[in-house]
Design a protein around this ligand. Structure first.
Ligand code: TRP
Length: 460
């Protein structure tokens, strides 16, 4: 097992796991979810979800990985027997499918970064049309998505310490600095305050069950939960480290970046008098238009923004690729380099239909119909492996800890590297959350999502 590698320190783990968590979910998805679900009201519910369910599930995943020092499949199998191993397989399959789509969006971010740098964006008048053209331009799509996958593969091939950890230690602080600089700039714009108010003063009348449902989905997506990403990273963590404390850092970093992304985007959006509920196009349609209107400084601001988005995405794609890679290295004993080459090529190929589903190929674009709308294959993959799959993964993980691994063994693992854990409030809190909150809420979300999406039954 000596060749398996490990993080060099607590900071190494935190940087990598925070890198996994901070991604398109924070900067692309969080602001539009918040924009569509009442701004501050959503933020409030989101924080509660993180606290009550997200954080405990994160601790759960890390402890399963750290306890076994094995990949998702190996970890579940060792602690729970062969049947539970299938839950690990599900995590690995989900990672492959999720990454195949996530990489497509990362490719868009990459393309926009280049267009900001070369000034092309300044000559565009209709950003909506530009976005639709961009995401259906086959040669660009191939070039940028392949480029992104290559970068991801290159870093993962270098191993845990020299690749994943070193890259995260550079990319994460850089991301943070860029984010703060952009916020400082956005605050100088007219009407910035209106945006800040919308974002920070909750209108409690906007809260309903759907807000809760969306917020919990967002929390899972953003914290990289439900898919064995943190089992995988946890497996490279030393026994002397404090899991609860590391998870608290990762959760805080992720939440801080999502919060700051809102603080950047809402002032920008309100400065142009645009509605914040623009949906997934918010970052790719509305923001470039705003950058173009800022005059000479615009492309620079835009370039920094999209570089930030690329950095965020890259540390997430790394963590997703690491899931199947760790599995194949652990279980099959293949060399890391070979495994990385083969899996990244496969994932890229699996993603081609999704890549071509934004207008390039009609069959993939008008792929199917449910929830009252036409769905692209891209939507279908995200629906299954993100909206449905992540809560399911979290639900089954909590059942696993309670029924199979047993809560006492979970506590034993958490006590390693944390002498004051036993008897602490944290111990009781985690027990309560993993035994009741997490399974009840996640199970309910899973059932509601399946009914709503695939059976057209909307209960909330
Ligand atoms: N958390 C990332 C984001 O916010 C996405 C991500 C990376 C992820 N790895 C994951 C989500 C594993 C679920 C599971 O963009």
């Amino acid at each position: 097992m000596a060749s398996r590698g490990s993080f060099s320190s607590k900071i190494g783990f935190i940087a990598a796991a925070a890198g996994s968590a901070v991604g398109l979910g924070n900067i692309w998805r969080f602001p539009y979810e918040a924009g569509e679900n009442g701004g501050a009201a959503f933020l409030l519910i989101y924080l509660i979800c993180i606290f009550l369910i997200g954080f405990p599930v994160m601790v759960g995943e890390i402890s399963i990985g750290r306890s076994t020092q094995l990949n998702a499949f190996g970890a579940y199998k060792q602690l729970g027997g062969k049947k539970w191993g299938y839950l690990g397989y599900w995590g690995i399959l989900s990672a492959i499918m999720f990454l195949s789509v996530y990489n497509v969006v990362a490719g868009w971010a990459f393309a926009y970064f280049i267009q900001m740098v070369d000034g092309k964006i300044m000559h565009i008048t209709d950003f909506g049309t530009h976005f639709s053209e961009q995401i259906s331009d086959v040669s660009d799509l191939f070039f940028y998505s392949l480029g992104f996958m290559f970068l991801t593969a290159f870093i993962v091939a270098r191993g845990i310490k020299k690749g994943v950890e070193s890259a995260s230690k550079i990319l994460m602080p850089a991301l943070f600095i860029m984010l703060l600089a952009l916020i400082a700039y956005s605050f100088t714009l007219d009407n910035a305050l209106e945006g800040i108010e919308y974002y920070l003063i909750p209108d409690l009348s906007k809260i309903n069950l759907e807000t809760v449902y969306n917020a919990l989905g967002q929390a899972f997506f953003s914290l990289s939960l439900g898919m064995a990403a943190l089992i995988t990273y946890g497996s490279y963590m030393g026994k002397q480290e404090n899991i609860v404390n590391s998870a608290a850092w990762v959760t805080s970093a992720d939440t801080a970046v999502a919060f700051l992304a809102g603080l950047l985007i809402f002032p920008l959006v309100f400065s142009q008098g645009i509605s914040p509920s623009e949906g997934p196009g918010l970052v790719f349609v509305v923001l470039p238009g705003i950058f173009a209107s800022l005059g000479a400084i615009g492309p620079w601001v835009g370039a920094v923004f999209f570089l930030l988005l690329c950095f965020a995405a890259l540390t997430s794609t790394i963590s997703l690729l690491e899931i199947p890679v760790t599995y194949l290295v652990d279980e099959k004993g293949y060399s890391r380099i070979k495994v990385v080459i083969v899996t990244s090529i496969i994932i890229f190929i699996v993603g081609i239909p999704s890549m071509l589903s934004q207008g390039a190929v009609d069959f993939f674009t008008n792929f199917t119909f449910y929830e009252g709308k036409v769905k692209t294959i891209f939507d279908v993959v995200f629906d299954i492996f993100s909206d449905v799959g992540l809560p399911l993964g979290g639900f089954l993980m909590s059942i696993f800890i309670v029924k199979r691994w047993k809560i006492n063994n979970f506590h034993e693992e958490l006590a390693k590297g944390n002498p004051s854990y036993k008897g602490s409030f944290m111990e009781k809190y985690l027990k309560f959350s993993i035994s009741y909150f997490a399974p009840i809420f996640l199970g309910a979300i899973f059932v509601l999502t399946v009914l709503q999406k695939f059976f057209g039954i909307k209960l909330i």
